[in-house]
Structure formats: C-alpha cells, structure tokens
Design a binder for this molecule. Structure first.
Ligand SMILES: O=C(O)c1ccccc1N[C@@H]1O[C@H](COP(=O)(O)O)[C@@H](O)[C@H]1O
Length: 212
C-alpha cells in the first residue's frame, strides 16, 4: 500500500499550496497558543478554503475545551481532530459532539508507552504515534523529537495508525521501511525555523515517500 503524508503546522497559502500540489493526503492546522504554528480562526478559515476536497484538513489540539472546538471546527472546515494530552473519555466526548474523525496522539519513549493506544479503542479512529517531548517542554509535539521505531516491532495496533515525531526528508524512507507506516506526519522536519515551513523541504519529503 502506498504511504501518504500529512504536512502539519501550515500557516501560509504558499506552503499550503506546496503540500497540496506535492501530493499530501492531509494538511494540519495547529490551534495551540504556545505553538509558533498557532492559527487564528480567521487565518484557518482562509487557508481551509484553498484545500481541495480530496485533501483532508486535520486540526491539532491539546486537551481542548468546548469553546475552542466550537470556534475552530467549522471555521477550519476540519475533517479530523488530532488530540494531544487528551484522555480517552474526553476524546470520545469530542468525537460524539463534533462527529469528526479523531486521531489520538500517543507519546512514546519506551515500550510501556504503547499500552495507552488500546485505551482509545471506541474513542478514536486513529492512533498517531509521536515522540515524547522532554519534560517541561512548551509543546507536546512539533519539536522534531523522534522515538525508537523498533519499539513498534511486533506491536498489535489496536486501531489504524500513523507515524510522527522527528521525521524529515532524509529519514522518512527508513521510517516507512522500518515500521510499515502507511501514513506519516511531519511538522518541524519541513521547516527552516520553528513555525516557518520550507517549500523545498515539503517537496523533498513528499518525493521521498513516493519513492519509499
Ligand atoms: O506542531 C506543533 O506546534 C504542535 C503543537 C502542539 C501539539 C502538536 C504539535 N505538532 C505535532 O507534533 C507531531 C510531531 O512533530 P514534528 O514533526 O516532530 O515536528 C506532528 O504530529 C505535529 O502535528
């Protein structure tokens, strides 16, 4: 099965268009104030309007309250919500309330961390395996931190899944070969500085997965 990609943390028309024309299956919009990729509702609406129907819009949220969800889901025309630091019960409630596909981010450093994936059965549609960021870090993702992909060896995935955390144009082919991921997600690995997406890196990442 060919691997597809989500390019996350897009915040300009030029870089969004590069992701779409390069073949991304998903584009990600971040709604988390401490992030350098945080979008206002209005900018999200402007960007969402450029996305064709075959590309899915994913909102990235960190244990969001109802007000934030109500503010961004329709404005960003979000097809899916990627939830970080969110309990299974809260994810289930958000899924019931919004009717949107739910991606539960599970932060991995050791094999024991994988156990959390099963707790999202019935609450989420997809697990996003991401790396744990360092204790005290400002962000739970988007920091280019990678985990040991061999931890996924032999793991029985309880749900459809995607791989993220520290991917970039140079390592994504290895990541796909090593893990068998059919959906990969990248943010800082296609940037020239935090929050500044780089068109050439977006193209290189998408080209790399095509030849994986
Ligand atoms: O990108 C962010 O700013 C962000 C903020 C809050 C939660 C998650 C965030 N990003 C997600 O983190 C992973 C991995 O990113 P990276 O490729 O290692 O930089 C990715 O899923 C982003 O969507």
């Amino acid at each position: 099965m060919p691997t597809t990609a989500k390019i996350c943390g897009l915040s300009t028309p030029t870089t969004l268009d590069a992701a779409i024309s390069g073949g991304a299956s998903h584009v990600g919009f971040v709604f988390f104030a401490p992030s350098p990729r945080n979008l206002s509702r209005d900018l999200a609406a402007q960007l969402a309007a450029r996305v064709p129907a075959h590309v899915r819009r994913v909102g990235v949220l960190v244990d969001p309250d109802d007000a934030l969800i109500e503010s961004v889901v329709d404005a960003g025309q979000l097809d899916a919500l990627q939830l970080h630091n969110t309990s299974p019960a809260r994810a289930a409630a958000i899924r019931a309330k919004t009717g949107r596909e739910i991606w539960a981010a599970v932060a991995i450093r050791t094999r024991m961390d994988l156990a959390a994936a099963a707790s999202f059965m019935g609450a989420a549609d997809r697990i996003l395996y991401d790396a744990k960021t360092p204790p005290g870090a400002a962000l739970p993702g988007g920091m280019g931190v990678r985990f040991d992909w061999s931890l996924l060896d032999g793991f029985r995935h309880p749900l459809p899944w995607a791989l993220s955390g520290g991917l970039d144009p140079a390592n994504v082919r290895d990541a796909i070969t090593r893990t068998g991921a059919t959906l990969v997600d990248v943010s800082s690995g296609v940037e020239s500085a935090p929050g500044i997406k780089d068109v050439a890196k977006i193209r290189a990442f998408l080209e790399a997965i095509r030849t994986a």
